[in-house]
Structures are given as C-alpha cells and as structure tokens.
Design a protein around this ligand. Structure first.
Ligand SMILES: [Zn+2]
Length: 387
C-alpha cells in the first residue's frame, strides 16, 4: 500500500508526509476512522514511507530494499497486531500464528473490514480478540534494535478488541516508549479504548472519503451510469467498502425489493378490500402463502439479509413520508416504489413494523420454521396497514 493507492484523504496524506520530511514522527498515533474510509491503509502507507530509504516527495520509492519487503509485508521492523481467535485450547494464540494469512489477506484485499478478516481466518461465530499474551509479544518485538530502518513500527489494527490485560500492558509501553519506536493504532471505535491510552496517542481523524474522490475511483474501476454513481456515493457514507457493497449487491437488492413489493402489495390489498372484491382478497391471501413458501427456500443467511433489507426500506419510507428527502438513501428503483408506498408507513405503524421485522429476524436466527415466520409477518403487515 502506497499513499497513491489510497482513495482521497489528500489532506491527511500531506500532513503525514510533511511530518516525516520534517523529522517530527510522534511515537504514538491513533488513526481513527470508520470502516472503509482508509484509516488502516493510511497507516500502512505511512509505515512504508517511514521505512523507505529513498523517499520521494509524495510517496515511498518502490525500489529500495525496504519497499521490496513492504511489497510482501515482511519488513523485519514493522509489526502487526490484529484481532484473532483461538482455533483450539491448550496453546497460547498470538497474532504471529495468523501472520501468513494476514499478509495474504492484506495484499489481496487492500480495503477490507473486520468481519471479512474474521471469516477469512475461519473464525465462525468466535469474536475477534487481541489477547493478553499479545502484550508480551509486543514487548518482546520492541526489545530488539531495529534491523534495517531507523524506526520500528508497530501497527495495531482495532485496539478496541484488546482485553484488559493486553490494554494495560500496551499502556505501560506507551508510558515509557522504547527509543525510535512508532505506534500506529487504527481504531473504528476509539471511545472503547482506555482514556489513558487515548491521551498518549496523537489523533489522526480520518473522515469519510469525499464524494468527488469516490466518484473518480468508482469511474476508474466500474462502468456505471451517472444515476448509479450518484446512488452508490450517496449510500456509501464516505466508505469505499459500502460503495463496493452497493455495486456488488445490486442484483440481490433488486430481488429483495421485488419480494418486499409482493408481500406489501398483498397485505395492503387484503387490509383495504371492499366487500365487492372478495375474490381479490382470496387471491392475495393465496399469493402471500406462496410468497412465504418461496421465501423459506432461500436459506437462513439470505432470509436474514432480506429482513434487514426490509427494515431499512420501511425506515426510509417513513422518512420519506414525514418529508425529509435530504436524509433519504434510496436507489432509483427503491425510489420509484417508495413514492407510492411511503404514505402508508406513518407514525401509527412504523414502530410495530420495525418490531415485527426484527422479531422475524430473531426467529430465523433461532431456527424457527421460516415458512411460518414469513407467513406470520405477512399477516401482521395486514393488521398494520389497518392502523
Ligand atoms: Zn523505498
């Protein structure tokens, strides 16, 4: 990762580069930014630039021995700490046990999130933790003299995943930092860190990537229409990962939208039927039953995704109904549908709608029969349209 690989964030890059050129490298910095904004990538490029022996004006050279090692993340003076899990008991597990996977992952992904990393190392349902033993590892690694660079660099990704033991050891080290050592903490939730750690690190606040920079990066990578570009940027909230997610999950979302429309249309027809249209009512009820059977074939993950998609859509429709379009995040297709649908999501039913969807998601999670969950949801929706 070089500075030029990072999307946007020019001001931060300039400031980091300048600090190195002026020889002012703080011993601890906290890069704080949401997932997908490039906080970790900035730390990686910064570490490369610190170690590069032939620095250019705006980036590392790419050809010196240090840069070569950075190409594989095997520089002996740069260390990584990141959340891991314990695949088995009876052994100390530290980050070095996952180092080969980490290198492979970071090289391949460039931008990535915590969940993606955990599934890459096959953590299953385990939470990612930086265990107490890692504190000893950090101390051990920093006790060596730098092998090749002037500085030793310790990059700690998601320090908020540290247990108390490790956090306290880190604090001790930060209180009396070894010479020529640079700590780069990269956090998505700095509020979860010990305040005593926070106060010892200089803050680098990484905001969302600016719209213009995202647009440029998306245009270089994908062939998208202007409307798609606008939606993707709007929905990304400044996160490159969310922008990618929007593009990659476009088809899935279109399917969810169709499924949602089908259920809502059926429920609405039944809720508002007039006695002379009894046939319509029966037809809709039958279709809702088929709908729930089809939904139940999707598999648990898809079913949960659909339900969380529905929660977003219901919420957005309420926002639209109460007239706050400036905070609406809808794709063009969703917008088309919502223009007509939003009047029916109001202050009388919004909370119950959200509760029912959440409950359905919980039931799916608990392995309740999906056919029943979805049919029940459809019936509840009929009641809510009557409110
Ligand atoms: Zn270099």
């Amino acid at each position: 990762m070089y500075f030029h690989d990072i999307i946007g964030q020019q001001k931060i890059k300039d400031r980091l580069i300048q600090s190195i050129q002026e020889g002012r490298i703080p011993h601890a910095q906290l890069f704080s930014g949401a997932e997908g904004t490039g906080a970790l990538q900035l730390a990686l490029a910064y570490a490369r630039y610190i170690c590069c022996t032939n620095r250019g004006e705006t980036d590392a050279c790419g050809t010196c021995p240090s840069c070569h090692k950075f190409n594989k993340y095997i520089h002996p003076d740069t260390h990584f700490v990141f959340p891991i899990y314990k695949p088995s008991s009876g052994k100390k597990w530290v980050c070095d046990d996952f180092l080969i996977q980490w290198r492979e992952f970071v090289l391949e992904k460039e931008y990535f999130g915590y969940q993606e990393w955990m599934s890459f190392i096959k953590a299953g349902n385990s939470q990612g933790v930086i265990y107490g033993d890692e504190g000893d590892e950090i101390l051990r690694k920093l006790s060596f003299k730098a092998f090749e660079s002037e500085y030793k660099v310790m990059i700690i990704w998601l320090p908020e995943k540290m247990g108390d033991v490790c956090a306290n050891r880190l604090l001790k080290i930060l209180e009396e930092p070894p010479e020529k050592t640079v700590f780069l903490l990269v956090s998505e939730n700095p509020g979860q860190l010990l305040s005593t750690i926070l106060s010892r690190a200089q803050l680098v606040r990484v905001k969302g990537i600016e719209a213009g920079d995202l647009r440029k990066a998306l245009q270089e990578k994908f062939n998208m229409s202007d409307t798609e570009l606008d939606s993707s940027i709007h929905l990304s909230g400044g996160s490159w990962l969310k922008a990618l997610d929007y593009i990659q999950s476009g088809d899935e979302k279109r399917l969810y939208l169709q499924q949602f429309i089908r259920c809502m249309r059926g429920a609405y027809t039944i809720a508002n039927f007039s006695p002379d249209k009894k046939l319509d009512k029966q037809k809709s009820l039958k279709d809702l039953k088929i709908w729930s059977e089809e939904m139940a074939k999707a598999g648990r993950e898809q079913e949960k995704n659909y339900l969380s998609y529905s929660q977003r859509l219901v919420r957005e429709n309420f926002i639209m109904n109460v007239g706050q379009p400036e905070i609406n995040f809808l794709t063009p297709e969703e917008m088309d549908f919502s223009k007509n649908f939003s009047p029916f999501i109001n202050h009388k039913n919004i909370l119950s709608f959200m509760e029912e969807l959440e409950l359905a998601e919980k039931h799916i999670e608990q392995n309740v029969n999906a056919k029943i969950v979805f049919f029940d949801l459809a019936l509840k929706s009929i009641m809510l349209f009557k409110k």
